[in-house]
Design a binder for this molecule. Structure first.
Ligand SMILES: Nc1ncnc2c1ncn2[C@@H]1O[C@H](COP(=O)(O)OP(=O)(O)O)[C@@H](O)[C@H]1O
Ligand SMILES: CC(C)(COP(=O)(O)O)[C@@H](O)C(=O)NCCC(=O)O
Length: 431
């Protein structure tokens, strides 16, 4: 299938329209990824109003002994939510955060003090760029988590813990991939944000950024905006759906008099040179339809990323390529182009697989980083829905056997194990 959105597309919250709807949420933990184009927020809420399942999210207190101490733990049941904002509209994000009640100690601590310092996990370049802004406007300290580390932690979590997270997109069909947790590594993670990072992942916390390209999502949106006068990314994507790239791209057949170049395996319809037709036609930009320009641009960038991804997979002998980042946007034509490029160049050996929580890998990874809290604090950990047995290593259990539940809005039902003394606020004030 060419172009268009796939039915059942995840609609995770898109900035301000959600502000009002969710303003009553009680947030116990929140992490933020501030990228070149978008700010992504992942937060855990125990608010029962948000539940659409039979079992309303609850706070169940549970006292547990841990081997190296006697910290008291409790389990928060609730849901992970995903929200995004444009980085250029960071004020909306600030408003969103100030409308939320960032709680201390889950729901256990009822009194918060105006001078309490809130500390949240933050990743992406903006965690550095906007440190002062968050401090000044919200009194929030950004506790920085390295960007590549966050992407990998987010991807590993999703692949191991969430059912139907990864899928292939071939011939217009989406097919979910069953991940064998014992045979996940190594894989190539390709994150297509403003720019593109390619990371070889060998295990939890074991990775190497092996390549990247500056021709990414920012290039598509930036060039597309200049060339088509589109006002939003989604408008540009929609436009590309209606266009025909052959009007602008120079095809092999345009060069070879309508013939295939069979000797090197190129069909007459293959693109020989993206945007190449524009050099020989006596046309101005205005003479081309914006939809055709958008289509050529999308094809050029997606194809290029697919090819570089494949080359890196080949370089390290990797068969599995997982793609994240908000450039993908669950868009059929983008995924089709990337899949075809990987399939073509690898002669069917390598597979492109897309992640449903595409752009939230970094924010999720930063969220997972709460586990690295101070030694005397028990970090929050995601646990499965069923009542945990006596294991102390809840994260390991998730990784090895169980899966959290995900509802159709992309929100993930899960439980968080926190110590009674843990809080998102600074350690200075204990409740
Ligand atoms: N609403 C949007 N506004 C801007 N860019 C968007 C939007 N939705 C998708 N995109 C695409 O996603 C890219 C950003 O992806 P993301 O993974 O968030 O990266 P970053 O961390 O660099 O912001 C943009 O460059 C653009 O191509
Ligand atoms: C610098 C970045 C890691 C920042 O991440 P982003 O905000 O684009 O998600 C990314 O833009 C990138 O990997 N750019 C490509 C740089 C290069 O390898 O040429």
């Amino acid at each position: 299938m060419e172009g268009g959105r796939i039915d059942g597309k995840l609609e995770m919250s898109d900035s301000s329209s959600e502000l009002v709807k969710q303003s009553g949420d009680e947030i116990s933990h929140l992490a933020i990824d501030i990228g070149g184009s978008l700010i992504k927020i992942v937060y855990f809420s125990t608010n029962s109003k948000c539940s659409t399942n039979d079992e309303a999210p609850t706070l169940s207190k549970e006292r547990k002994e841990v081997p190296n101490g006697d910290l008291n733990h409790h389990i928060l049941s609730g849901r992970l939510f995903f929200v995004k904002f444009e980085t250029s509209k960071i004020e909306d994000c600030i408003k969103f955060l100030s409308s939320k009640k960032l709680q201390q100690c889950g729901a256990q601590c009822h009194h918060s003090h105006a001078d309490d310092k809130i500390k949240i996990k933050a990743t992406g370049g903006g965690a550095f760029k906007f440190t002062d802004l968050f401090k000044e406007k919200l009194g929030i300290t950004l506790d920085k988590v390295e960007e590549m580390e966050s992407l990998v932690a987010g991807a590993n979590f999703l692949l191991k813990a969430v059912n139907r997270e990864a899928y292939t997109y071939i011939g217009g069909q989406k097919e979910y991939v069953q991940i064998d947790q014992n045979d996940l590594y190594p894989y190539l993670l390709v994150n297509i944000g403003s720019g593109v990072s390619m990371i070889k992942v060998d295990g939890d916390g074991k990775f190497q950024r092996v390549s990247g390209t500056s021709v990414g999502g920012g290039t598509f949106w930036g060039l597309g905006k200049l060339l088509t006068k589109c006002q939003s990314f989604d408008e540009l994507l929609e436009l590309s759906h209606q266009g025909n790239n052959r009007v602008i791209d120079m095809l092999v057949g345009d060069i070879y008099g309508g013939l295939d170049y069979s000797k090197i395996g190129l069909a007459s319809t293959a693109i020989a040179s993206s945007f190449g037709k524009a050099i020989s036609e006596n046309k101005e930009l205005e003479d081309y339809k914006p939809e055709d320009i958008a289509r050529s641009l999308l094809r050029m960038i997606s194809n290029n990323i697919g090819q570089i991804a494949y080359l890196n997979a080949l370089r390290f002998g990797l068969k599995r390529i997982f793609l994240g980042g908000f450039f993908i946007r669950d868009h059929a034509y983008t995924m089709d182009t990337i899949s075809v490029a990987v399939d073509f160049w690898s002669k069917g050996e390598a597979k492109a697989m897309f992640l449903r929580h595409e752009g939230f890998l970094g924010a999720l990874g930063a969220f997972m980083n709460y586990k690295d809290g101070n030694a005397d604090l028990c970090p929050p950990q995601l646990v499965e829905q069923q009542t945990p047995k006596s294991s102390n290593c809840i994260v390991d259990r998730i990784h090895n056997s169980t899966r959290v539940r995900e509802n159709e809005n992309g929100a993930i039902d899960c439980r968080l194990r926190v110590s009674s003394s843990f809080k998102i606020y600074d350690e200075v004030k204990r409740c």
